[in-house]
Ligand binder design. Sequence first.
Ligand code: XIL
Length: 365
Amino acid sequence: MKARRSVLVASLLVVGAALPASAPVAASGGEHRRSPAIDQPLREHGQRVGLRIGTAVDMAAFNNDTEYRNRIAVEFSAVTAENVMKWGELERVQGQPDYTLADQLVASARANRQKVHGHTLLWHNQLPQWLTDGVTSGDIDAAELRALLRKHIFEVAGHFRGKIWHWDVVNEVIDDSGNLRDTIFLRLLGPGYIADAFRWAHQADPHAELYLNDYNLEFPGAKSDAYYALVQQLLAQRVPVDGLGAQGHLGIQFGLPSTLDTYNNLRRFELLGLEISFTEVDIRMILPTDQYRTQAQAQGFSGLLTACLLLERCEMFTFWGFTDKYNWVPGFFTDPPEGDATMLNEDFTPKPAYREMQAILALAA
Ligand code: XIL
């Protein structure tokens, strides 16, 4: 792997400007170095700097839209199932898991030399209805819930054994105040469910790297501190935790974290021994958009990518979708209406953010 932690990345950050496609880059000491041609697919830029560039994949779009499918193959070296590996999607009917769409994604990834980021073994959302109903009615008690969770993790991680690069073993288990999130798992099983989930996943697929994954880890705060304490505790108990996933769902209306805040906040997890991935990056805005918002979005993406490149073990930078044609934000954040969260327009033409991603990766090479 070529050294990628170019200090020049930091200078781009300060300048904050995209370079023209042919611009030579001044290096310190008065020499000049020339970056690779900028207008190349992100995965090729990423390869040069040892970074996998990923996207979430919407399997309905994948099966209906050839251009969408082709762009995934050309542009990305890692994929995440946007929905089809979640418990509620896999096991709508209890005891009858359906892996059709998830297997299709894994097969396509293999054909296109892409790694698969597994998302997710345990989350409080998108659970099977039979499970949540059973807990609410009392039909599923604590012992039963623990047995069902164990079975789920063994079955799913076992099904994909050897095919998953990293698993988000637990997703969003700490709330924004820094407390363990109040979920059916915490309420019925107690805090030990997190360590259990990692141990079961490791037994089911010993070679997959195992992640904690959450949003609002791109800056310091109570939530990040709580994760830091949790990771220390898990490692002290010899729980097989390998990585931290910073989702990277940002909104320009909240202000964007500085690259240094993002870097410092994630660097401390590296120093505990974890690797880092950005797992779900998108930068949304209140609609309608304008050129200033679009430019702020580009800066938001740049800041996260730059922090990733400055880190020592940032393995993957994954976008939560890459075109506004298929994106979860407008359906999810409706009051006020938000959207335009990805780096390509609905017609797949690039926004400033896409060019920034190319320029930063070229500069880091
Ligand atoms: C979202 C999907 O994008 C939507 O299609 C779905 O309706 C809801 O979930 N954090 C996560 C992801 O970990 O799984 C979520 O994905 C976005 C927030």
